[in-house]
Design a protein around this ligand. Sequence first.
Ligand SMILES: Nc1ncnc2c1ncn2[C@@H]1O[C@H](COP(=O)(O)OP(=O)(O)O)[C@@H](O)[C@H]1O
Ligand SMILES: [Mg+2]
Length: 406
Amino acid sequence: MTETNEPHINKSSCSYCGNAPINHSLSFIESLVSITLDNQAKKVIKYVPFFVKSFVDLVPEYLFRSLVFLKLASFSDDIDKANNFRSRIIWEEAKKRGIKMEQVIFFNKPLDYYRAMLKFGDKDKFYYFESIPIKPEFSDMSNNWDDKVILKQELGKQGIPVPAHFEFSPFSFLNNKDTEKIFSKLNKPVIVKPRVGSRGRHTITNINTLEQFKQGIEIAGQICSYLVAEEHLSGSVCRATFVNGALAGFYKGQAPTLIGDGKKTIKELIKDMDDRRPERVEPVRITKELHDHIARSGFYTNDVLPAGVSLTLTHRNGRLFGGQTKEMVEELHPSFIPILKKAVDITGLQVVGFDCIIPDPTAEQASQKWGIIECNTLPFIDLHYFALEGKPRNIAGMIWDMWKQA
Ligand SMILES: Nc1ncnc2c1ncn2[C@@H]1O[C@H](COP(=O)(O)OP(=O)(O)O)[C@@H](O)[C@H]1O
Ligand SMILES: [Mg+2]
């Protein structure tokens, strides 16, 4: 793929949304309904008979076929309309393999739903999917693995490293006493984030005081009705993507970080960083989120950064935010693999991306404090294609390979 096809930055009106703005009220209401329902549904689903689950899997197919019949939807073979890079990579790989793939167009709007002509037994049939053609599996219906509380509870029970955490219901985060109690129980610094969310939106890290904690709750609570507070782990944010139980890619992202010289202000150091910035790295944007982030470390942009002091500018990682990225599956210390593999087995997911925070992924896991912070059931596999350093991994190829196996 050419560089012009790479993901790029979008400017957002809310700095806490980063480069992926969303409607706050809508997201809040959606989370209230979906998390509450999910928690209830989980209890019911265990007792749902197998044929009902199979029916649920067939819903997209019947839905899209009916919409086409009613002339409300159509199918397109124009790869340039793919909704995102994740889907495009899947589509490019399908083309290479001669697999016919089409996109659902609903009222002229291309959706992130597709169909591909695949073999089922000795028959060729269209299979309908959202972005990634994951084989129909039912085990993932018993838990919402994207829920950051459920994931940590389940992994923690099996001895997999996860940060200590507490959940807030929509009612408890209005209650000062609960807030103080939770804050006092966690080792500092702590972080607050939406219980279900993505793209690092409205996530507040490096919280050291009760005042900052309350502000964090206020900000995270703007987009999600349920929140999670957890111990802040230090290190690089890494993404381990597994396909069919095997480690398919391992990517390390670093936040833009300044090192003080005792002479220049933070603003000047950011300017220097921008002047030296490699072509594919986006500039650091000085936003409210950045001001608040460095204020939690006790700095303002006009302050001189003392010599040798290291200051991260945001919790956001990677080249889109002025940071670094490296694809390094071969360098990952082998001691991490059985633990990550156990986490995959617990979820039962065929395609999964775990976000971990690790000080040094090349060193023995037991020698450092690390943990899994979240699970992505529809992971951005394109992360493994566009790193600044390291060899890209053909994750889409590994996903299509699963369909070759009986
Ligand atoms: N426990 C933690 N310690 C330190 N940083 C964290 C922690 N949890 C989240 N973060 C930071 O917030 C970002 C977003 O958190 P994550 O759980 O991955 O949610 P998202 O679904 O928004 O990606 C992470 O990439 C990391 O930079
Ligand atoms: Mg994440």
